[in-house]
Unconditional design. Structure first.
Length: 150
């Protein structure tokens, strides 16, 4: 079978094939550099001349070789964004008074912090005797603080 002048079946080293170029980020013509059994392993892009692992062109999926065991699938973890986490914590601790942030002020886990640049935040963890991990609306940041309160 040919696709835009590229042989798609019975690939051999030094023949052309269509592959997704990881550098150019496009499906382009490549030269086969190495094979692993009857499968293409590495290719060289004819456009950028970089050698990389073979990637099937987008929209084309390869069937596994006969006798190849199927890869086990993993349950995908649900990604929770920083904004969602911050929203939940903020809803629980709205009534809590916030401490203005100063590097010398000691903080504890769960404290509400009012930072002049980052805004409202919540201490998630004491990272080091003088550092805390604070959840802000846009990101989690590590800030210095006055250490453990007496």
């Amino acid at each position: 079978m040919r696709y835009n002048g590229v042989t798609m079946s019975n690939p051999t080293v030094s023949s052309d094939t269509l592959s997704f170029c990881t550098s150019c980020k496009m499906d382009l013509k490549h030269v086969i550099v190495s094979m692993k059994g009857d499968r293409v392993a590495k290719v060289e892009c004819r456009t950028c001349k970089k050698i990389h692992a073979y990637r099937a062109p987008k929209g084309i999926t390869e069937a596994p070789a006969p006798g190849t065991p199927a890869k086990p699938t993993r349950a995908r973890a649900v990604k929770v964004t920083v904004e969602e986490t911050w929203g939940k914590v903020a809803a629980q601790k709205r009534a809590q008074p916030g401490k203005p942030y100063h590097a010398q002020t000691p903080f504890l886990t769960g404290d509400k912090v009012m930072h002049p640049k980052f805004g409202e935040g919540f201490v998630e963890e004491l990272v080091h005797p003088n550092k805390v991990k604070v959840l802000f609306k846009d990101d989690v940041r590590v800030l210095i603080h006055g250490g453990m309160p007496q």
